[in-house]
Design a protein around this ligand. Structure first.
Ligand code: SAM
Length: 275
């Protein structure tokens, strides 16, 4: 059963006896009340997790991207999982998460691994082999680099370890798109403050990089194409505001050789740039 959770105001979430401060733009407003665990998500995002966990009741969870630690603690407080493995590129453990683990004696349940790149297939695979002891994963959350190659490698490493019906969430898949929408709106309107400076900066950026980097949004498109060929490796791809949810099907997957490209047949060249 998930532990009872309630928002007491826009930022304050209480789960059981644990208080969380939820704020997507924490870097802008980094003030976290004493005793609260910081989560870099806003209320709507967190409420989506509450609904998903209520449906899925995950007993084995993997999180990529720990940051200040509140989201890993939330996943634990909410689900009381048998095992929660988390991976973070930074080497320094965030005190909020270390304190949460130590106060509750969770050292054998909540297992953060620091200084690990989500794109390091071998490192991530051996952490999973050591920590999961062959158990299948119910829920993976990728809230780490938000870069295409890195996120795809993690998907290829961890998706095969999900149980059939298990869920893989990729956060912030469209963040670059939202930023670009904002730029486009200012660039299209000469009366908007900052118009001239932005247009000059965009011209300069275009001259330096005429073909823009492919962004994380492409992973969502690849997943949709993988679903389009109706096999039951990927059962469902649901695209939402800042979430892509991918549900595993029943078909067996070989973790050693699984590559998303093998599932994508772009018959009609939908991944080609529009003319
Ligand atoms: C958006 S923050 C995570 C926020 C956290 N899940 C939360 O909701 O509070 C992203 C984190 O991913 C980490 N990160 C970035 N690139 C990474 C990579 N290649 N591998 C692992 N972690 C990475 C960053 O250091 C940062 O702590």
């Amino acid at each position: 059963m998930t532990t009872s959770a309630a928002f007491l105001d826009e930022h304050h979430l209480r789960v059981g006896d644990v208080d969380f401060h939820c704020h997507y733009l924490w870097g802008v407003d980094a003030t976290v009340p004493e005793g609260f665990l910081p989560i870099a998500k806003d209320r709507a995002q967190v409420e989506r997790y509450l609904r998903l966990c209520d449906e899925l009741r995950p007993g084995v969870i993997v999180e990529l991207g720990i940051h200040r630690g509140g989201s890993a603690a939330l996943l634990h407080a909410l689900n009381q999982p048998r095992r929660l493995v988390a991976i973070e590129l930074e080497r320094e453990p965030p005190p909020a998460l270390s304190g949460y683990v130590a106060r509750r004696g969770l050292e054998s349940v909540l297992k953060p691994h620091y200084g690990v790149d989500q794109a390091d297939r071998d490192a991530v695979a051996s952490i999973m082999a050591a920590e999961l002891g062959g158990e299948q994963i119910d829920l993976v959350i990728d809230d780490a680099s938000h870069l295409l190659e890195q996120s795809r490698v993690s998907f290829e490493t961890l998706f095969p370890l999900l149980r059939p019906g298990g869920v893989y969430v990729i956060e912030d898949w469209n963040a670059d798109h939202i930023v670009a929408d904002g730029f486009a709106a200012v660039a299209a309107d000469p009366a908007r403050p900052g118009h001239a400076g932005l247009v000059a900066a965009l011209r300069q950026a275009h001259a330096a990089e005429p073909v823009p980097h492919v962004r994380l949004i492409r992973l969502a498109l690849e997943l949709v194409l993988a679903r389009a060929s109706s096999r039951d490796v990927i059962r469902e791809v649901t695209v939402m505001d800042n979430w892509v949810l991918v549900r595993r099907g029943d078909e067996p997957i070989d973790p050693a050789s699984f590559r998303l490209a093998d599932l994508v047949t772009d018959h009609f060249q939908n991944l080609r740039p529009l003319a």
